[in-house]
Design a protein around this ligand. Sequence first.
Ligand code: FE2
Length: 91
Amino acid sequence: MISPEITAKLLYSQRNEITEHFIYKKPARSMKDRHNREILLHISKDELRHYDFRKQVTGKDIKPNMLKVWFYYLVSRIFGLTFGIKLMERG
Ligand SMILES: [Fe+2]
């Protein structure tokens, strides 16, 4: 049995994982460079696996923070993908 505190932390982490999945997936769709697109999709799938692992433990589906997805998408469009990803990784 997992304590409520651990469950809360897992759910918080689970939401971050699914949010990051979409943060990497969204710009990949419009990326012209095939190599960079595949890297983003690969990272996106990794984040989804992290999400699925936590989901197995919590037994719950969590929605992504779409405000955050859009924020990083717009930052990446304006200042460049590298800047957006570095900003996200620091956050
Ligand atoms: Fe992750």
